[in-house]
Design a protein around this ligand. Structure first.
Ligand SMILES: Cc1ncc(COP(=O)(O)O)c(C=O)c1O
Length: 434
């Protein structure tokens, strides 16, 4: 499979596509992301911290937009904001001309605060509350992606004017990815099955509603997907069902996987967009407006998490545990999915990595291991350790386990570092107590 044309190629230590575009190692052996020395970022903002190379995000957003335009079709790229929901990133995506997918009232609030025009907002969720739907209708959002018959009835009751909706379909296609992030199979809590007649019932319910207008259909097969073939099958299955309903809009989801490690080789954004658009073109005449809603592949590789090494515990003949000042509170993915990451000592990245280590978090669980097996350059207390590819579903899934405040977010570009989300404080931890 072709490697993404927007992958990092400049890290001379690992040569890994997991790092943000433009990552380098300075002459002093320090890792430089977005033109900023990570040791200086750590000094200024503390650790752990999420660091984003914003030029990387912009390059990937442009790659999506250009790929869609380049196929000569009408459509939109939606930022699936569940991947990393915070206002600075919503703002950046808006600047790049993307629309936005929100999965809750909270994400909707952040998107609106960041300046997204309501008609560029699409609302998802398999169990939207009345309060969330009311919020969406009050804001006048562009489209609600309906997910159950109960929701169709509720949305119809709450809408006070004609509201565009997409019906979420489960086409019955299972890409090979972790079962927790597979969503397009028949046995799913999401959407309406095509085969079992639920999708037809949804169309009937929308048609019978007073206020809902069927704009088209949606499907999302899953996340961190490398195979492209299942998308073609899913689009063909969807098209057979959707064609008689003459959709104005087809939203064929997100899901493109990214490189977490050196050996990972996901398809390029261009190949992914081309494949989906061409499959839709073969299936529809006239071609509806095409929506794609990537999350991870827009922001995942732009983010790096930096930690300070504390205890280094060598268990003779077993392994060396390198403990850092974060863990499952800032990156839950290794514990949730067994996800693999890379790591390096960011203040000695030019030295040979010879000590096989497990990077352990600070939480009270033996499973709190960020990286199970990685060679590090002579790790010592006080070192700065960095893990790449934490830009998606890192901050988004962060939590306060063990009363650990969540890390700040720093945007880096051209050597300039801007704090865009401050570190949580211990006062924040009791701010809601009554
Ligand atoms: C409906 C929907 N759209 C888009 C996405 C984004 O997926 P990804 O981050 O893999 O691109 C998700 C993620 O789970 C999703 O559920």
């Amino acid at each position: 499979m072709p490697r993404s044309s927007v992958t990092a190629t400049t890290d001379p230590v690992t040569g890994s596509p997991a790092w943000p575009i433009g990552t380098t190692i300075g002459p002093d052996g320090h890792v430089v992301v977005g033109g900023c020395d990570l040791t200086e970022i750590a000094r200024e903002f503390g650790t752990p911290a999420y660091v984003y190379a914003t030029d990387d995000v912009r390059a990937r957003a442009r790659a999506y937009v250009d790929a869609l335009r380049g196929r000569g079709v009408e459509g939109e790229i939606l930022y699936a904001s569940k991947a990393a929901p915070f206002t600075a990133l919503y703002r950046l995506m808006r600047e790049e001309g993307l629309s936005v997918d929100v999965a809750s009232g909270g994400e909707l609030h952040m998107a609106l605060i960041a300046g997204f025009e309501p008609d560029r907002v699409y609302m998802h969720g398999n169990n939207k509350s009345a309060a969330e739907l009311r919020m969406a209708f009050d804001a006048g959002i562009g489209c609600v992606v309906v997910d159950s018959l109960e929701e169709i009835a509720l949305a119809d009751r709450l809408a006070d004017r004609e509201q565009d909706v997409l019906i979420r379909l489960t086409p019955g296609v299972e890409p090979s990815t972790h079962s927790y992030v597979r969503t397009g199979q028949i046995d799913s809590k999401f959407g309406f099955g095509i085969e079992g007649g639920q999708a037809e019932a949804a169309v009937t319910a929308v048609a019978a509603s007073r206020n809902l207008r069927l704009a088209g259909f949606h499907a999302h097969l899953g996340s961190q997907v490398y195979e492209l073939e299942p998308y073609v099958r899913a689009i063909e299955l969807m098209a057979d069902f959707c064609r008689p309903h003459r959709p104005r809009v087809m939203n064929v989801g997100g899901g493109l996987g990214i490189a977490y490690c050196n050996a990972d080789s996901p398809p390029s954004i261009e190949a992914y967009v081309e494949l989906k658009v061409d499959a839709l073109r073969r299936c529809f005449d006239p071609l509806p407006r095409i929506l794609l809603e990537p999350g991870r592949s827009l922001v995942g590789n732009a983010g790096v998490t930096i930690y300070t090494v504390g205890a280094v515990k060598e268990i003779p003949g077993v392994r060396t545990y390198v403990a850092v000042d974060g863990g499952m509170s800032d990156n839950l993915r290794p514990m949730l999915y067994g996800s693999r990451y890379e790591a390096l000592i960011a203040n000695r990245a030019d030295r040979p990595a010879t000590v096989t280590s497990a990077v352990a978090g600070k939480h009270c669980e033996s499973g709190d291991i960020l990286v199970r097996d990685v060679a590090l350059a002579d790790p010592r207390p006080g070192d700065l350790l960095a893990t790449p590819a934490t830009g998606a579903y890192g901050h988004a899934m962060a939590n306060n386990y063990n009363g650990v405040p969540r890390p700040p977010i720093v945007f880096c570009s051209d050597g300039r570092a801007d704090l865009v989300v401050r570190r949580e404080t211990v006062e924040d931890l009791v701010a809601r107590d009554v």
